[in-house]
Design a protein around this ligand. Structure first.
Ligand SMILES: Nc1nc2c(ncn2[C@@H]2O[C@H](COP(=O)(O)OP(=O)(O)OP(=O)(O)O)[C@@H](O)[C@H]2O)c(=O)[nH]1
Ligand SMILES: [Mg+2]
Length: 199
């Protein structure tokens, strides 16, 4: 089935145990301000389904959306926001570790990397951690519209290299301009159709 993903907000949870049961799930990860919520809105073709941040780092919960066929998507809090106190950051880390390690139905972690900025140290740490724990992930490069056409090829090569993946494994998107959105929709449908986890 083509067209927008009909996400409906279900609930926000501060722990994996409080999330609703699901058949299959995808998660949106990435540093604060990278464009996770904007991407969810673009995939759903909705303006304000997921809250787009005016100030970064405000989403501290796992925001769960359902697709109507027993599958779900989780918009995770952004990492790397300097103004968050250490104590809060430690709590966030624990919540995220538990979520990623214990959510058995997680089919794919979409790791958003800012296409304009490229992978930060925290992005690389997250990717290394996912690899070390053998969790399935895909790199999604956001804000394609902000990368000038003249530097695009070079940027695409550098971003993939910085993330330790092949160039053709990176999914480039622009929530603002709709670039790559249809393709990502069908990838997500495919991951959610899987009956079990693959890495
Ligand atoms: N130009 C451009 N700006 C974008 C795009 N996607 C998101 N933005 C902007 O980037 C900022 C952050 O977007 P969000 O979607 O709130 O980012 P987030 O990753 O959900 O941030 P947190 O919830 O704080 O973790 C907003 O000002 C968006 O308008 C895009 O494709 N192109
Ligand atoms: Mg957000």
């Amino acid at each position: 089935m083509a067209g927008p993903l009909q996400f409906q907000f279900v609930m926000s949870a501060d722990d994996v145990d409080r999330l609703p049961p699901t058949r299959a799930e995808v998660a949106f990860l990435g540093r604060s301000n990278v464009g996770k919520s904007s991407l969810l809105n673009a995939l759903a073709n909705r303006k304000a389904l997921a809250h787009v941040s005016k100030s970064p780092g405000r989403t501290q919960l796992l925001n769960c959306f359902e697709l109507g066929n027993g599958t779900t998507a989780v918009d995770c809090p952004g990492y790397g926001f300097a103004a968050v106190p250490g104590r809060v950051r430690a709590g966030w880390q624990q919540m995220m570790d538990r979520y990623l390690l214990e959510r058995r139905e997680l089919r794919m972690a979409l790791v958003l990397v800012d296409g304009e900025i490229g992978p930060t140290k925290l992005d690389v740490q997250m990717l290394d951690w996912l690899r070390a724990n053998e969790l399935p992930f895909v790199v999604v490069a956001s804000k394609h519209d902000k990368v000038k056409a003249s530097v695009r090829d070079k940027r695409k090569r550098e971003l993939a290299e910085g993330c330790g993946v092949a160039g053709n494994e990176v999914v480039w998107v622009s929530a603002a301009k709709g670039v790559g959105i249809d393709r990502l929709r069908s990838l997500i449908r495919g991951w959610l159709d899987q009956t079990s986890r693959t890495s």
